[in-house]
Design a binder for this molecule. Structure first.
Ligand SMILES: [Zn+2]
Length: 278
């Protein structure tokens, strides 16, 4: 936190409240009341185009805080792109053009109801700052390297939309868990269900957090995927693509909301887990 406090460019909003399953929606009710009806959506978007929104803490998610209370409806107020996971690890989430999609443990994709809850989420209003094209990207590490070289600075937050023709795509899913949750993400992620598809089009939605984010969020790149036909998606593991367009949005404000639950109150953050990436 001392690092964060030194920056005058950031707005850090930590939402804390009393323990209640319904406290997460209340956190935002105050903000909504400020915006009047007619131009509410436009104003909200204009106000937040530089804000990275996060629900829960990556380190809590890693340490078995697997029940979350962020409704899909609330997520849609925080951005038009996003990625995350549903409560009890009941599937992966990717949001594109304001529509959240759920990829269940079998790989089936559908649009979840507004009252479905998320346990971990990232969202932003995508306001493109730059884009570039790549004739071919043969793997994920190559893409991360190219994007890393193109970013103006690795000390800001970024959101991405990456479109292309995917010769192959391998995505990870999640298997629904029931309490008491015995294993953390360090065990569950390597054992996750994996989905494959070849020769189709789609969009990777992703985020970049500077390394100083620590265990607050995924450090580095985190991408989820949804196909153009909305039949395939998940957490991006590996791919081979051509005609790739990378668009990114630099953000200098960060806002997060913490879960209100007994599990979150008591989590010890004893385990650490980050995706391996250069
Ligand atoms: Zn993911």
């Amino acid at each position: 936190m001392p690092l964060l406090n030194q920056s005058t460019k950031w707005l850090i909003c930590v939402s804390l409240g009393v323990a209640s399953c319904f406290a997460a929606p209340r956190v935002f009710a105050q903000e909504k009341s400020v915006v009047k009806m007619d131009d509410a959506a436009a104003n909200l978007r204009a106000d937040r185009t530089e804000t990275y929104y996060q629900y829960s803490i990556w380190g809590a998610f890693v340490n078995r805080v697997f029940e979350g209370f962020l409704p899909v409806e609330e997520l849609k107020q925080q951005g038009d792109i996003g990625l995350g996971s549903f409560t009890k690890l009941d599937g992966e989430m990717v949001m594109l053009d304001g529509v959240p999609y759920k990829i269940d443990e079998t790989g089936k994709v559908f649009v979840p109801p507004n009252d479905e809850k998320l346990v971990y989420a990232n969202a932003a209003y995508f306001d493109e700052d730059q884009s570039f094209q790549l004739p071919a990207v043969s793997n994920f590490e190559m893409l991360r390297g190219i994007i890393g070289d193109r970013l103006p600075s690795r000390n800001y937050f970024y959101a991405f939309k990456v479109t292309g023709n995917f010769k192959s795509m391998k995505c990870g899913g999640l298997s629904r868990q029931e309490p008491p949750f015995k294993e953390g993400l360090d065990v569950l992620i390597p054992a996750r269900p994996v989905f494959d598809r070849e020769n189709f089009k789609g969009t990777m939605v992703g985020f970049f957090c500077p390394s100083f984010i620590g265990d607050i969020n995924v450090a580095g790149f985190h991408f989820h995927f949804i196909s153009d036909d909305k039949q395939f998606g998940g957490h991006v593991l590996e791919f081979d693509a051509t005609d790739v367009t990378v668009a990114f949005d630099q953000m200098d404000e960060y806002k997060f909301a913490l879960p209100n639950s007994e599990a979150y109150e008591q989590v010890s953050f004893e385990k650490s887990f980050q995706y391996k990436q250069k």
